[in-house]
Ligand binder design. Structure first.
Ligand SMILES: [Zn+2]
Length: 144
């Protein structure tokens, strides 16, 4: 499988994959850092594949990143690794993309990765020490 090349703007060109059924490309690339205001996401790295499955373009990737921001419990800044999954498809026949990130012969991999990471971020993200404290409290209180 060939590795796909990514444009500098985070768009994945899929024109050659759309042309022939069974065609596929490996994806392995870095993407730009971004911030939601509360959280900063850096060291974005995407691995996976895009394939043409009988005219349906399937995109499956893992996104790895480092999330940093204030702990929801102790407010200290912390950072940790996180992963998220991208699982999207575009049916050429129906012309109904499963998401707004498909258009023409390109996929907005940067947009998909950002959305996947934001969705995978817990509402109350805690630092490692607070996670440990909560585990301990849970055990003391007879929790699991
Ligand atoms: Zn904390």
């Amino acid at each position: 499988m060939q590795t796909s090349t990514l444009a500098a703007n985070g768009k994945l060109n899929i024109s050659d994959i759309m042309k022939s059924e069974g065609e596929s490309r490996k994806i392995s690339c870095n993407l730009a850092d971004f911030s939601t205001g509360e959280w900063n996401y850096s060291d974005l790295f995407v691995t996976g594949a895009v394939r043409n499955n009988a005219g349906r373009i399937e995109l499956e990737c893992d996104v790895n990143a480092i999330i940093s921001g204030p702990c929801s419990r102790c407010s200290r800044d912390f950072h940790k690794n996180m992963t998220a999954q991208i699982d999207e498809f575009l049916s050429e026949n129906e012309q109904e993309p499963s998401s707004e990130y498909f258009y023409g012969f390109a996929v907005d991999l940067q947009g998909l990765a950002a959305e996947a990471l934001i969705l995978a971020t817990p509402i109350a993200e805690r630092c490692e020490e607070c996670e440990k404290d909560i585990d301990t409290e849970g055990k003391i209180n007879g929790g699991t």
